[in-house]
Design a protein around this ligand. Structure first.
Ligand code: ZN
Length: 284
């Protein structure tokens, strides 16, 4: 398959998920000529944003959409679309119960909004979060479930939405390798940090992720040649970075140690033991 014929659809939840997550992979395939589309379910309305970053913007949503568009340009994405749900925030936040909250929406209705994108974009490869949403953000889990459902519905001739059925060939989940998490859990206390209160808002418990996030890795994407692009895209999300920037902090050291690679579990077609891909289009 020629690179120009390759199409990826990445389905994520918030502006910054792409750059802080699978951005290296997205940038790599875009650079190689694939059409890389991003469907983002919310505009990150519940994100913590310092008032200084809201100057010139009418809302957090507007600011974060602008940051995503900046990142998309850096990554070389073909297009960005929004599902127009609202960011649900982390568990227990009042944003959970907003009527437009993604995590509160019925699975079928979210999936029904994704299907038309799959049927019109015709991606061979669909990417989303793993079943625990990387770090258990309710929106990440919700969009994971809806994407899995939409993947199959899109190819189902019995599912009618006015477009022809189209079944993508592959579905992958972005995963954090267990070794990486275990390493962080061991090293953070040595640096005086609590692995149970990780992240900018101290709301990520890495010990839970080590326990629950045990997903196989079937594809390893080496994005060294575009690592700088991934960093530039991440820097677009100014409102979501603390003053330390990208090159500091324990996670960055760990990343340097583990190399510039992103890992994926292949959900469709199901992968047997020993599947080790270095290209998401392998076999197509
Ligand atoms: Zn997110």
């Amino acid at each position: 398959m020629a690179d120009m014929d390759k199409t990826i659809l990445s389905v994520l939840a918030h502006p910054d998920d792409e750059s802080f997550g699978m951005g290296g992979t997205l940038a790599l395939y875009a650079r190689r000529g694939a059409a890389v589309h991003l469907l983002c379910a919310t505009r990150g309305e519940a994100g913590t944003v310092d008032p200084q970053h809201l100057r010139g913007f009418s809302s957090i949503a507007e600011r974060r959409e602008a940051e995503l568009r900046c990142a998309a340009e850096k990554l070389g994405l073909a297009a960005v679309y929004f599902l127009d749900y609202r960011d649900s925030g982390m568990p227990g936040s009042p944003d959970n119960s907003h009527p437009q909250a993604l995590a509160a929406a019925a699975l079928d209705s979210v999936a029904a909004r994704i299907v038309p994108y799959i049927r019109s974009i015709h991606p061979q490869v669909v990417l989303t979060f793993d079943p625990i949403g990387g770090y258990k953000h309710p929106d990440h889990i919700a969009i994971h479930r809806a994407t899995v459902k939409a993947f199959h519905l899109a190819g189902d001739p019995a599912y009618h939405d006015g477009q022809s059925p189209y079944l993508p060939q592959k579905l992958y989940y972005h995963v954090i390798p267990k070794g990486f998490l275990s390493f962080a859990v061991r090293v953070l206390p040595l640096l005086g940090k609590d692995p149970r209160r990780f992240g900018r808002n101290q709301d990520i418990d890495l010990t839970v992720l080590v326990r629950e996030g045990n997903f196989p890795t079937h594809a390893r994407i080496d994005y060294r040649e575009v690592a700088q692009i991934k960093d530039e895209a991440a820097l677009c999300h100014t409102s979501q970075l603390d003053g330390a920037g990208l090159r500091r902090g324990p996670m960055r050291w760990a990343q340097t140690l583990f190399g510039e690679k992103e890992y994926f579990m292949r959900a469709e077609p199901p992968a047997g033991k020993g599947v080790r891909e270095i290209d998401l289009f392998a076999g197509l």
